[in-house]
Write a protein of this length. Structure first.
Length: 278
């Protein structure tokens, strides 16, 4: 099945050299409509000045492709409260408060921390300036606290399903329903540790989507691949060109072209439209 694709999370700009970034962009299929390029700060404790340089690199790459390249920040833990205004001026599409561990703003998936008073005021400041919070990597306690604070559709750019495979980074059905009820968006990753805990293929990814569609409908889900942020790809998927295999599996499971097109492309675009144009 030939179908367009959007991706709500990759680590393209902080995982690859400038040369490899350009090579990747040059080789992009015309079917890839949009990619969210997250600036991952955790390993190098990037400051706002560093993040600005990565944004500028994304802007350079944008000139080489018709694919829309979004800019976001994964983990603002290295950014002090005094620098948040500087970050806002860079106009990221979204930011995550933390990675897997706790910081001054919230608790990550592998910690017992929670959203702090500073975290609450930072969330409100970011959202009032049209920067949405990415709930990927929040632990359960921080997620539910965030739900009480936000008045925006809830975004989780790259997570999977705890009912299918238990992992601290995966979401419970209750969390997924809350995202859907907010008219938010969840991007499913292709990382085997989150999908099954071992080697996977495109059929395993299709099973994740099949579960979501049957239980929650098809309007609030898509892909947040985490490309370049994961160290093992599915055995039969090496590039975006291989995603048609997932579409074929979903079609064989009885899902319509319209449903599959929503998952692959339209849902993330519709989410962006709700944020910026409604």
């Amino acid at each position: 099945m030939n179908i367009n694709l959007t991706d709500s999370h990759t680590d393209l700009v902080t995982a690859l050299s400038a040369k490899l970034q350009k090579k990747f962009i040059h080789n992009l299929s015309t079917n890839v409509q949009a990619i969210n390029c997250a600036v991952f700060t955790t390993d190098n404790s990037l400051c706002v000045k560093d993040i600005k340089k990565h944004k500028q690199q994304i802007q350079k790459l944008q000139k080489l492709t018709k694919t829309k390249l979004l800019f976001s920040v994964e983990d603002i833990g290295s950014i002090s409260a005094k620098e948040i205004d500087k970050l806002i001026k860079l106009k990221p599409f979204c930011v995550s408060l933390t990675w897997n561990f706790k910081n001054q703003y919230a608790g990550g998936a592998k910690s017992k921390g929670k959203i702090t008073k500073l975290g609450k005021t930072t969330i409100k400041k970011l959202e009032s300036n049209n920067v949405i919070i990415d709930t990927a990597h929040l632990n359960k306690k921080s997620f539910w606290k965030f739900v009480k604070i936000t008045n925006k559709p809830i975004l989780n750019t790259h997570s999977n399903i705890n009912a299918l495979h238990k992992n601290a980074r995966n979401l419970t059905d209750k969390q997924i329903k809350t995202i859907c009820d907010s008219n938010g968006f969840l991007g499913i990753t292709i990382f085997d540790e989150f999908v099954k805990g071992g080697p996977i293929n495109t059929y395993d990814i299709a099973l994740q989507l099949d579960y979501l569609i049957k239980k929650f409908g098809h309007q609030n889900f898509g892909f947040g691949t985490d490309l370049f942020g994961i160290h093992r790809l599915p055995t039969d998927l090496k590039t975006y060109d291989d995603f048609y295999k997932i579409a074929n599996h979903l079609q064989n499971m009885g899902h319509s072209y319209e449903t599959i097109n929503c998952i692959f492309n339209k849902n993330f675009k519709n989410f962006l439209n709700r944020l910026y144009y409604e």
